[in-house]
Design a protein around this ligand. Sequence first.
Ligand code: MG
Length: 370
Amino acid sequence: MSGISAVICAAGTGARAGFSENKILHAWRGMPVLLYSVSAFSALADEVIVACREEDRARIDALLSPYPNARTALGGVTRAESVYAALGACSGEIVLVHDAARPFVTQKVIADCIESVQRFGSGVCALPATDTTVLAEDGCIRSVPARQAVYTVQTPQGFLRCDLLRAYDEAFRRGRITEFTDESGVYAAFVAPPHLFLGDRANKKLTYPEDFLPAERTGIGIDTHAFGTGDHIVLGGVNIPHTRGLIAHSDGDVLAHALMDALLSAAGLRDIGYYFPDSDDRYAGADSMQLLKETLRLVNAQGLAPRNVSVTVLAQAPRLSTYIGEICNNLARALSLPAARVAVAAGTNEGLGYVGEEKGITVLALAMLG
Ligand code: MG
């Protein structure tokens, strides 16, 4: 067989993603969502047809210019009408239909889809269900299908173009098109049971705003406190005896402060002074580890959580090596992280500058969120 056409469905509005524009035009990790699947399919298909809305067409045409085998076709109001229209614009013997909102499709998945069509006449990308699925009615479970019989269906879905076109013709002619959510349903109703092939868990659909959040975000935080009178300092919630203390409105936990700023920064939030101003009496003598937990809540409210944190303390004195383990455990507990995801290092400044002259302590912190 020769001639492979890919139809990429891009005619939705992306209303559930909450953007003012079509979500597949939204830039994600430096590239519009649509182009991830266009580039994957254009490498393996002879032609790529992007079914789109009239209002997006000029923009998509411009995006497709680096892909000589890709072009747009005007979609319809529903997904089925869009695919049907695009099928009419295709010339390949095999057609692969894919949702533009699944940018993580790999060339292996596409190649497996093509191979399934060549061997069985159809290939529907599917994953075995990992959760138990149930059939419900009026909020009650009516039956529980055996889990090994349940699959979730994704795209791409590949067919012989003449078969799929015939199935769509029938579905429209009989007024049954609204019964189907994708090609596999239409094909199953009018041609044959479509053949499944194993997809990829990474091939998920971007639907909701949180799906578009960057997977990983980093932030940096730095804090410095000067030495004053006292008999101990506090680092990461650990009291460390010393001949002086750190001057501060709170408990002066310079390490916790730097880490809070790193976390807030990674979450795209304002800095520590904004959320915990030292002009506010509530924070006089405050336990900074409690503030660190408050910071974690602010980060969590953004749908993010720390993946790992890394802290470096610059202090000429006191010597900190015997306290590192306890500091690490305290931070891990406060951030709900395994201790192995928390790194704390300490060093002197070789006698140089304000740190070396024992005038103060500086802490640098890095946080990665996901
Ligand atoms: Mg501070």
